[in-house]
Write a protein that binds this ligand. Sequence first.
Ligand SMILES: CC(C)(COP(=O)(O)OP(=O)(O)OC[C@H]1O[C@@H](n2cnc3c(N)ncnc32)[C@H](O)[C@@H]1OP(=O)(O)O)[C@@H](O)C(=O)NCCC(=O)NCCS
Length: 401
Amino acid sequence: MASTRSFSVRSATAGDSAAITELKEAGFGFRFGGDEKEFQGKVFPVERALVAVDDGRVVGHTVDLTMTVTVPGERAVRACGVAGVAVAPTHRRRGILRELYRAQHERTEAQGLPLTIFTASEATIYGRFGYEVTVVDTSVSIDTRRVEFRSTTPDPGGVTLETLSDAAPRIREIYQRWQLVTPAAQERPEAKWDMFFADIERHRQGTTSLFVLLHADGYALYRRSSREGRGVASVWEFRAVTSDAHAALWRVLLGLDLVDVVEAPMVEDDPLPYMLTDPRAVQLTNRGDALWARIMDIPAALTARTYRADLDTVIAVHDPFRDAGGTFALRIRDGIADCEPTTREPALACDINVLGGIYFGGLRANTFAAANRLRVDDPAVLPAFDYAFTADRSPELGWFF
Ligand SMILES: CC(C)(COP(=O)(O)OP(=O)(O)OC[C@H]1O[C@@H](n2cnc3c(N)ncnc32)[C@H](O)[C@@H]1OP(=O)(O)O)[C@@H](O)C(=O)NCCC(=O)NCCS
């Protein structure tokens, strides 16, 4: 309620940095390590932050960075990436987050960015602001004793063990090739690469620093540890641009000596289980959300990506938080869309969240329809819409923020 508000929201300045750090540490429940301090403010500069201030104290924070992200069709789109959202434990549930997001959206609008993206600490917070899960996060655990590759699985070789610093230029080059073909993957900014190669202590959590397996078209970075007497290799980042690189790297990872378990993030349609004689060796251990998205400008976002099939439809989009919805005609020819406001009767209707959910082509329109969140009067409309939006390749988060 505006009348009882005691806080105000403003752009941050360098003088707010210490208070912002304390707020984020209190909010997320960890301390930044000494080796991490130099990266603070470089990836997400304080000049891009918004703070809520009460009686001269910083009690709320968000920061954004314009990210270049791949959308279906291997196209690059500039999106607003939001990070470091925290409100002081003394000021929670007074509408500070809501006000910060309202201000954040105004900024994003002023920049003309069609999309806002972030990773979320909890899945119950952001739906009310028009956001939806758009990249699912899945992890597996592989019992190496059960691993036997099928005779049909390629064995291309070509993997070398490298140090992180020696491999750095090749890792960057491979990541870039992978990012350009992977929906939802972001370019990694310079400051983030510096932090990545610094392999900070907080990311290790009782495991080793990074080991590097390198192939001409892929890499696997992993850490080692011992848990209840079992050797564990935890994959930190796996990027393969070709199926040969994928097979070659997995053959080395699953053959590591003194390793009983390999843990790894893995998209749901990764072929690895079907390259093994026992697909149950690969057990799903976690299914969560990696990336959330919100469409800021419906025509700009929908025309920025490509589609699998022609389509002529009208969709009504409800956007209560920004009051920026409406009814839009979507016409797709040869993968390219036109999208403009229309007075025609809609064939489909949904909240803005659903468009963000299906935008990168991983989550399906069919799924949201089954959840009664995408409404169609004529069920015949749905299959074509669903097919057109689905991407050829699973979206993946490039780097966590
Ligand atoms: C999450 C956090 C930022 C919320 O800030 P806040 O100022 O208390 O939020 P607001 O008072 O503006 O709440 C806005 C709405 O979100 C809801 N909400 C806020 N936090 C929520 C949570 N953790 N779970 C579910 N709903 C939440 C509020 O109930 C309110 O709902 P309504 O207005 O629709 O009825 C704050 O609790 C925090 O700093 N948490 C720890 C760090 C964190 O998780 N940050 C988010 C990183 S993605």
